[in-house]
Ligand binder design. Sequence first.
Ligand code: GLY
Length: 349
Amino acid sequence: MPRNIDYDRGEWRYVDNHDWCAGFWPGILWYLYEGTQDRKWSSAADRFTRQLVPPGKQTGLDHDVGFVLFNSYGNGYRLTGRSAYKKVILQAADSLATLFNPKVGTILSWPPMVKKMGWPHNTIIDNMINLELLFWAAKHGGNRSLCHIAVKHAETTMQNHFRPDYSAYHVVVYDTVSGRKIKGVTHQGYADSSMWARGQSWAIYGFTMCYRETHKSEFLSFAQKVADIYLKRLPTDRIPYWDFNDPAIPNAPRDASAAAVTASALLELSGFVHNKVKAVYYRKQAIAMLAELSSARYQSRDINSAFLLHSTGHHPAGTEIDASIIYADYYYLEALLRLQKSEKKKRNL
Ligand code: GLY
C-alpha cells in the first residue's frame, strides 16, 4: 500500500499490509467512489480492502487495527452493505477490545512499548480515533460492552491526557495493576510538555466523534476545549507547525496532515455546537484550512501524485519530515466530502 513520498522523491514508498497506514489507501478509494459514484473506484477499493490482513491472522495487535480495518472495511460496508465486510469489522472490534484494561479504564495502545520503553500500560491520544470501531460494532450486532469500553476509554482519557490548558500529552503511562497514572510523555512530539500538532488533531476529531456516537454533552464541551487551544495557537495560514512548541518555529516543518484531520473534525463539530456564533466560527476555520491546503502552497499538483505536500510523520525519528503522507490525503478527501455534503444539505433546506 502507498504510504508516503519523501520531499526529495517523486514516487510513493510502499508498505506491506501489516503497516498502520495500510487502510488509508483503500479508504481513499472508497471516498473517491462516494464522491463520484464511478464503479471503477469501488472495484479498486474492494480489491485493496480485501488485501488487508483480517483480525486473527495479524501478528502484533495494537490499537492501529482501527485505522487499518475501519477506514477500509468500514467505509466499504457503509457504501455497499456487503456482509463479508461487516464480519471483518466485528472481528476487528473484538480484537481491539482485548487490549482494554478495566483497572486503568483505557486500551493498551502499543503492546510492544511495554517492554521497549518500560511503559507498563500506555495509551496514546491517537487511540481516540479507533474508538469509532467499537461504537460501530456495538450498534451493528457486536457486544454492547464494546460501547462501554469506548466510553470508559474516552472518559479516562479526558481526565488524564490533558494539561490545564487542554493541550494533549501524546502518551500517558499507567500502572497496570493499580490503574494509577504514572506520567504523561511524548513519542512523536517535540517534548513531554509540548503540544504535538497531530496529537491535538486526533483529540479534536476523537471527542467530536464520541459526542456523535453517545450524545454525552461532556464530550461536546471537551471537543470544543481541545479545539479552542489548537485554533488559538495556530499560525496565520492555519496550517500548524508539526509541534506547536518547536523552538525552530517559524523555520520548523509544517504538518498538513494535522490540518486535514482538524478541518474534517471541525466541520463535524460545527454541526453539533448549539451556540450559533461558535458553530459558524468552527466552520469558517475549517473552510479556511481547506482553502489553504487546496492552494499551490500545499496541493501536490505537478510535483507528485499525492494530493498534499508538507506533512510530518515522526520528526524525532527523522522520518517523513515535510513529506506527502497517505493519511493527510485521506482526511483531506474526507473533509472535502463532508463540506460538499453539508453545502448540499444547506441548499436543500
Ligand atoms: N497514529 C500515528 C501518527 O499519528 O503518527
